[in-house]
Design a protein around this ligand. Structure first.
Ligand code: MG
Length: 263
């Protein structure tokens, strides 16, 4: 609904102050049918809280995002093996690439509810098949994997293909681009909630856009994404974002994250 003009807002103030000063009939007491349309409209207007202003320029992270990788260095990341320097390579083209065998990397910061943007690329040269082709993964809170895999004309179990919630949720469509091309993930992740005694109060959820296409729609995460066996439910707090070394030279670029906070 359009905001009222300043004149109308001023008139509304007069009506309100009349009500207070002289206990005259005001909007709340005036029969609905006697109110002007703008007075009726005002009843459902909410003016607070006012959302904070940010800037969101095309092709750039929003101004309130934490940039996790901008092509320059891995200063936001550490080795998931020992907490030391992140062992992956930073390439001349502004990408970082898995150094196979060195293990995954994780953010130094911990996160809870987030919006994540990242771009990834599986190797142009096709090696292997199925799960052995361009495999990596984006793990929220070090536990819940949104699969990264070269799933372009590469048959595998669908609950393990690109943009699956690994072994839990098959993507709605396969929006994969050919190997060697950059692809995007835009993900809304809401962390699970636990009681003080460790009971699960609320499941975590994940919504994924793969190359701009909805592939996971508010999926309720069942627990940890296990290679073998069922998901495990384990209480935890905020935790790092983790990227997987699965032995393939998968690259990443333009990684930013926004912490989701209630207004
Ligand atoms: Mg993986």
């Amino acid at each position: 609904m359009k905001k009222p003009t300043p004149y109308l807002r001023f008139s509304a103030l007069l009506v309100a102050s009349s009500c207070m000063s002289f206990t005259l009939a005001c909007n709340a007491e005036t029969p609905e049918e006697e109110l002007e349309p703008w007075q009726q409209a005002q009843k459902t207007e909410v003016w607070e809280p006012v959302p904070p202003v940010i800037t969101a320029k095309p092709g750039q992270p929003p101004s309130d995002a934490i940039v996790l990788f901008d092509g320059n260095d891995l200063s936001e990341w550490e080795s998931a093996n020992d907490g030391g320097k992140a062992p992956w390579t930073v390439d001349a083209d502004g990408a970082m690439t898995v150094a196979p065998g060195t293990g995954g990397i994780r953010t130094k910061r911990s996160f809870c509810d987030v919006q994540l943007h990242l771009e990834w690329r599986s190797p142009a040269e096709i090696r292997g098949e199925g799960q052995g082709r361009g495999n990596s993964g984006v793990f929220f809170q070090e536990r819940y994997e949104v699969q990264v895999l070269d799933s372009y004309e590469n048959e595998t179990h669908p609950n393990g293909q690109a943009a699956s919630v690994y072994k839990q949720s098959i993507p709605l469509v396969n929006a994969s681009r050919p190997p060697g091309e950059w692809q995007t993930y835009d993900i809304i992740y809401m962390a699970p909630r636990y009681s003080e005694t460790g009971g699960l109060i609320k499941q975590g959820t994940v919504t994924v856009l793969h190359n701009g296409v909805l592939v996971q729609n508010h999926f309720k995460i069942q627990g940890t994404t296990e290679w073998i066996g069922p998901p495990q439910v384990e209480p935890h707090g905020c935790a790092p974002l983790y990227l997987q070394d699965h032995g393939d030279k998968v690259s990443f670029r333009n990684i930013w994250i926004r912490e989701i906070e209630e207004l």
